[in-house]
Design a protein. Structure first.
Length: 114
């Protein structure tokens, strides 16, 4: 997989984000089988993953009764409040999967311009 090769070569960390659509949050389940996503993320060492559906449900308490305030009704994109929750979920996933990047001792990326 090209992304994994580039990440390994550059000592990069990759966080794959699984983001549910509005209807999937309302149904509390994904409309499609994403098992390939979990398998790929779990078998390639430089990949980590975060699934935002449990975050939306359990941490942000979004459900079918209040979800309309997080998505635009016509195009299905997040409204501002939805993007804020998504960002918080990604941040939580980064902290859980890569705690070392939040410490002062984390080494900076090598400067490739030299």
């Amino acid at each position: 997989m090209a992304i994994a090769e580039v990440a390994r070569k550059n000592h990069a960390k990759v966080l794959l984000v699984k983001k549910p659509e509005h209807r999937e949050v309302d149904a509390n389940q994904y409309s499609y089988d994403y098992s390939f996503f979990e398998k790929m993320a779990d078998t390639i060492s430089c990949f980590k993953r975060v699934d935002l559906l449990p975050y939306y449900r359990d941490s942000a308490h979004i459900n079918s009764g209040n979800s309309a305030k997080y998505w635009w009704p016509k195009d299905g994109h997040h409204q501002g409040a939805g993007y804020a929750i998504m960002a918080q979920g990604v941040y939580a996933g980064l902290r859980r999967n890569y705690p070392e990047i939040f410490t002062p001792s984390f080494p900076p990326a090598p400067d490739k311009r030299k």
